[in-house]
Design a protein around this ligand. Structure first.
Ligand code: BGC
Length: 777
């Protein structure tokens, strides 16, 4: 069965009506021999506890452990009865039901105390880039080129989530993305598997902590690597769409982030919606079992994405619910999210012999292993008082501000325009995102409250002297009401009734600009124009924002453009005519302050793009780490498009500082190495400007002749953030070993092959001069 809707108030009613039938006592009742069962004894190893419990479970109870319920259009009693019958393994908090842990504990009491075996529920929620303290979208945070930042922000997301009674977050999203039309590009790290793998590990560590004894403590939550796999390569950028990825590309680009997250100890993985190379990802035995289990030895469990088991029917690979359940379970999906095909059909299928009970047992074993390892059997309830002081703590807010500043990428500036002087006397701020604070939150608002978010106008105002004047004008609507498109309010699915751009609004804004010392344009996308089911067929600014820019810039005043968006946009006219462009992304609840810190020079712009910005939508998909063709062409227009360049507007790795840096030639310690040896590559980096600044020195390689398949024209294999004072220079040294020089064949073997390599140390993926070295046998 498929479930689409949720009824938020239902759980409250449900619990109020629950019968207080005590059949089990939270894991400490004695068995008939006067002892605790093995599974109830915290001193026993997890594997013994799992085996003991599994041995006591009836088939219905086992199948129940494979279902994640959502508050759905069931009657209250049915849901409570399901809990009592042991038919629910997990609870998905997609609504604002679990704002406080009271509800969690009440549901948990039914599961633990009123079901036969007292198996606790595990509560899942999407804490993607924050819970109550919302940080910049993941794509933005990735641009900090500082994986530790993710570890810190996700640790706060975990702390706040756990205080609310959440045990498990459906994050990080580690899908590689090369197509900015795809709205979910906002939720990932960008287009690079090396950086993406580091970010994946950092997120897992942030969410789960670094466990002492295999448990996830009360300040942390289990992580979920999603969406396994290939989801980011959707045809036409259309969400949920088919992907065709060769085994070679899958293993070298799409899988490494998942592998890194598994190796870092992520407890769960989510199977994706998309069809991957001829088989839906949620029925794909090759990726779910052969790779994830057999090759990587993943010990946790796999949950399907929402209704993804049911969706095997519309995908056309299952005739009915029973077929969908059978396909998904035998492929390796252990728990079904929301749709109830396992619950409804597996018992009969086991009885008929079409699904072996051993397959059910194996899936249950994985689910129980995680529940035991996380300590849920021994500590099923959470402290209900903690949430009163857990949210928006000063350290969380300070980090949200730091993260917003570090996520900013300076795309352009003319001398003297930035940083803005704090002595400016008249600032005119124009644009639909000047005062609309809620849009800054980004695609996953989780438990954000509108009152927690500062608007960009307020953030800027705080930087100016008391006697300075700041005038704010909307200029135009963020999207036009007649566009046939909508945007939603924070925490409310009702579409906003857009206020159309008035006839003279743009002209009035331009007139105001004419009177200013500093003109800032705050432009971008509504927050719900990226994220799930929010793909775009155009990469320009929505509504009349481009026209607004053209008219304001047409006054001749230098214009500083600040972009708040969830994906790379194609804005060649803005690149040409703006005096400065700061990519601020959707920066979270402290975004206004963090972005103002950068604009006024209190924080260095040290962000660098982790996703290529195209010149036009016709260039996508576009990414720096592509393979060469046999006819690469030599000039801009050669060989690729007849009507425009094939180079991007801003390449991967790009970003400016308020100073300039000079790179010396790359020096290698030896020209030739053997497999297993370590090569050292060094460059002298100098700050040639008059301000201190942070450079992100980037190391790229190319394997010039690879035998199992071509290697990209460049691959990132190292980076360092280096702070240099004016005039200061420093040697920046990297090492290269088999780990960086190898690649995967289609069987997953790691190959380090002899031959010629090139290495660059440079400012971005499109600059620098390579030097050669040779790897010999
Ligand atoms: C999304 C997942 C999310 C899940 C639960 C799905 O629609 O694709 O990313 O974790 O819902 O909310």
């Amino acid at each position: 069965m498929k479930f689409a809707a949720s009824i938020a108030g239902l759980a409250l009613a449900l619990v109020a009506n629950a019968e207080p039938v005590m059949v089990h006592d939270a894991g400490n009742d004695l068995n008939k021999n006067g002892k605790l069962d093995v599974y109830e004894d915290p001193a026993q190893p997890v594997s013994r506890r799992v085996a003991d419990l599994l041995g006591q479970m009836k088939l219905d109870e086992k199948i129940g452990q494979l279902w994640q319920g959502h508050m759905m259009a069931d009657s209250e009693q049915v849901f409570a009865d399901r809990l009592r019958q042991g038919e629910v393994s997990s609870f998905l908090d997609g609504s604002s039901l679990i704002e406080t842990p009271v509800m969690r504990n009440k549901l948990q009491h039914i599961a633990v105390e009123q079901s036969r075996l007292g198996i606790p529920l595990i509560f899942g929620h999407d804490s993607i880039h924050g819970f109550r303290t919302i940080f910049p979208i993941p794509l933005a945070q990735a641009c900090a080129w500082e994986p530790e930042l993710f570890e810190r922000t996700q640790a706060i997301a975990a702390r706040e989530s756990a205080a609310a009674g959440i045990d498990w977050t459906f994050a990080p999203m580690v899908d590689l993305a090369r197509d900015p039309r795809w709205g979910r590009i906002a939720e990932g790290f960008g287009e690079d598997p090396y950086l993406g793998a580091l970010d994946a590990v950092a997120c897992v560590r942030g969410f789960q902590g670094i466990p002492q004894s295999g448990t996830v403590d009360s300040n942390h939550v289990a992580a979920c690597l999603k969406h396994y796999v290939g989801y980011g390569a959707a045809e036409g950028g259309r969400d949920y769409n088919t992907t065709e990825i060769s085994e070679y590309t899958l293993r070298n680009f799409y899988l490494p982030q998942f592998k890194a997250g598994v190796d870092a100890g992520a407890w769960t993985v989510m199977s994706a919606f998309n069809c991957l190379s001829g088989m839906p990802a949620s029925a794909n035995r090759h990726t779910l079992t052969e790779i994830l289990r057999d090759e990587w030895h993943f010990p946790g469990y796999v949950i399907s994405d929402w209704d993804a088991v049911y969706e095997l029917i519309p995908h056309g690979v299952a005739a009915d619910e029973a077929g969908a359940a059978r396909l998904a379970l035998t492929a390796g999906v252990d728990m079904e999210m929301v749709s109830s095909n396992y619950l409804d059909t597996l018992k009969a299928q086991v009885k008929q012999g079409t699904v072996p009970e051993s397959v059910v047992d194996e899936a249950v074993r994985r689910v129980l292993t995680v529940k035991f390892a996380m300590g849920l059997f021994d500590n099923p309830y959470v402290d209900e008082a903690r949430c009163q002081t857990a949210y928006l703590r000063p350290d969380a807010l300070a980090l949200a501000r730091e993260a917003a500043a570090k996520s900013c990428v300076l795309l352009k500036y003319e001398n003297g325009v930035l940083p803005i002087s704090k002595q400016a006397k008249k600032v005119v701020l124009i644009g639909p995102l000047a005062e609309d604070a809620a849009e800054l939150v980004g695609c996953w608002s989780s438990r954000a409250h509108a009152g927690d978010i500062g608007s960009f106008a307020v953030g800027l105002r705080e930087k100016l002297a008391a006697d300075a004047q700041m005038i704010v004008a909307r200029g135009c609507s963020i999207i036009e009401p007649d566009s046939g498109k909508t945007r939603r309010q924070l925490g409310d699915p009702t579409p906003i009734i857009e206020q159309a751009t008035g006839t003279n609004e743009i002209a009035q804004a331009a007139a105001l600009a004419g009177t200013a010392d500093v003109v800032i344009l705050a432009l971008g996308e509504p927050r719900d124009w990226s994220g799930e089911s929010s793909s775009r067929s155009d990469l320009g600014l929505p509504g009349r924002q481009q026209e607004l820019f053209d008219v304001v810039a047409g006054t001749g005043k230098p214009v500083i453009v600040v972009l708040f968006n969830g994906r790379p946009l194609a804005l060649p006219r803005i690149q040409e005519k703006a005096a400065a462009i700061l990519e601020a992304w959707h920066p979270g609840i402290q975004g206004a302050n963090g972005v103002a810190d950068v604009l006024f020079g209190d924080v260095d712009p040290a962000g660098r793009l982790t996703t290529t910005f195209p010149r036009s939508i016709g260039q996508v998909p576009i990414h720096y780490n592509h393979f060469n063709t046999g006819r690469p062409g030599t000039g801009e227009y050669k060989g690729q498009y007849v009507d425009g360049p094939s180079t991007p507007l801003y390449p991967f790795g790009f970003g400016l500082a308020y100073t300039t840096f000079e790179y010396g030639p790359v020096a290698l310690n030896v020209p030739t190495i053997k497999a297993g040896d370590i090569l050292t590559a060094k460059v002298n980096l100098k700050n040639t400007g008059t301000r201190a600044g942070t450079e992100v020195a980037q190391l790229y390689i190319r394997d010039v002749a690879a035998f199992a398949g071509p290697r990209p024209v460049r691959e990132l294999k190292g980076f360092q953030k280096v702070l240099l004072q004016p005039g200061e220079s420093r040697d920046v040294t990297f090492t290269l070993s088999d780990k960086e020089l190898g690649y995967c064949d289609t069987k997953g073997n790691w190959l380090v092959e002899p031959g010629k390599f090139q290495v660059w140390i440079c400012r971005d993926s499109a600059s620098g001069q390579p030097v050669d070295f040779e790897l010999v046998k």
